[in-house]
Write a protein that binds this ligand. Structure first.
Ligand SMILES: Cc1ncc(COP(=O)(O)O)c(C=O)c1O
Length: 369
């Protein structure tokens, strides 16, 4: 029997980096620079450059970066933020944490991202911002969203947690709106050895306040200008991310190679394959195919020792935690269909052509049997 193909293979990513990671972690231990510190500062500069942004601030998660984004825009109780129900729940947490209301708008059927055509209908006098998600590493259609923001005087906050280095019309995502949030959760395209996140912005005032909010609302030790948080990035994570960032461009090329091979090998099967919109250069955080017999296909792949996953099985408007919003099945049909039919195949830079061929052959076997 052939070797299992894991859904995600972090050991394969870490193996060639191990010596370098051991060395930078050892240096952090020697320096005892555990909370923020020089490696975080260096990583912030490097990541800002990668995003073509003026500021990138290290956080302890993408969730906390997005939470602070809401605070920086003074969004609070009674306010509404338009967003997508087809995402990881943390997009909505940021809105809920400031006691604002997530107002869901359905997605585009092809890109799984917020459908700009549906956004204006959801705007009310309470709307303060739009928070789209560059889901699976594919940018959302930013130009029409920015136009709506201009027209209605709203802020745009990009949830770029899955989209490090993705491009919209040739420009890297992260600075199209007021600010953006990135996640460095270990399985992300750029992942820490633990938790991590970043808030990215071109605005000096937002950056200064974000720095203070992540550190107990203080810019001078033991003097607190406002109620803040302990959202600091750990020194060890800054050091690890600095090492890994040097490989990100190459890893993205490898992810795109894997996606291209899947496209070639799965063309002509009954699956709906992910597309790249004409404005987009995806970083393929995930490779998500769709089919009404998704559950059977998942079992078939697992029986053949091929890992796969669901992103996401239940859209946010139908989650128990958001029952108070009063939604019901049928409110966002495209998101609900995506949740029923989506299946994420293994995709990572280290995936070999032989493995890709086995995944594709196993899928073809399912449809031919
Ligand atoms: C779309 C999206 N938003 C927000 C987050 C939250 O990031 P984190 O897990 O770093 O808090 C994630 C990642 O898990 C995500 O995928």
């Amino acid at each position: 029997m052939s070797q299992p193909i894991p859904y995600l293979d972090l050991p394969a990513q870490l193996r060639p980096l191990r010596k370098e990671l051991d060395a930078v972690i050892a240096k952090t231990l020697d320096n005892c620079s555990f909370c923020l510190g020089p490696d975080v500062v260096q990583f912030e500069q490097d990541f800002a450059k990668y995003c073509d942004a003026k500021h990138a601030l290290g956080f302890n998660s993408g969730t906390s970066a997005l939470h602070v984004a809401m605070l920086l825009l003074n969004i609070g109780a009674g306010d509404e933020v338009i967003t997508t129900p087809c995402t990881f729940v943390a997009t909505s947490w940021a809105i809920s944490y400031v006691n604002a209301k997530p107002v869901y708008v359905d997605i585009d059927d092809k890109t799984f991202t917020l459908d700009p055509k549906l956004v204006e209908k959801a705007i009310t006098p309470r709307t303060k911002a739009i928070m789209p998600v560059h889901l699976y590493g594919h940018p959302c259609d930013l130009d029409p969203l920015l136009e709506i923001c201009r027209k209605h005087k709203l802020h745009l906050v990009e949830d770029a947690c899955q989209a490090h280095g993705a491009k919209y019309r040739g420009k890297v995502v992260g600075t199209f709106g007021a600010m953006s949030g990135f996640s460095f959760y270990p399985g992300k395209n750029l992942g820490a050895c633990g938790e991590g996140g970043a808030l990215v912005t071109n605005d000096d005032a937002y950056a200064a306040r974000a720095k203070s909010l992540r550190e107990h609302g203080s810019s001078q030790r033991y003097y607190h200008d406002e109620v803040g948080f302990n959202y600091r990035m750990e020194g060890i994570q800054g050091a690890v991310l600095g090492v890994k960032l040097k490989h990100l461009a190459q890893w993205t090329r490898e992810r795109r190679r894997v996606a291209k091979r899947y496209h070639e090998l799965l063309a002509g099967t009954p699956l709906q394959l992910p597309i790249e919109a004409d404005y987009a250069e995806s970083v393929y955080h995930l490779y998500v195919v769709r089919h009404p017999r998704r559950d059977e296909l998942k079992k078939h792949l697992e029986a053949n020792k091929i890992g796969c996953a669901l992103h996401y099985p239940l859209p946010l408007h139908l989650q128990k935690c958001y029952a108070s919003l009063g939604h019901k099945a049928g409110d966002f049909p495209i998101s609900e269909k995506a949740a029923r039919e989506c299946l994420s195949l293994p995709i990572y830079p280290e995936l070999t052509d032989e493995q890709i061929q086995r995944v594709a052959a196993t899928i073809r076997g399912f449809f031919n049997s």
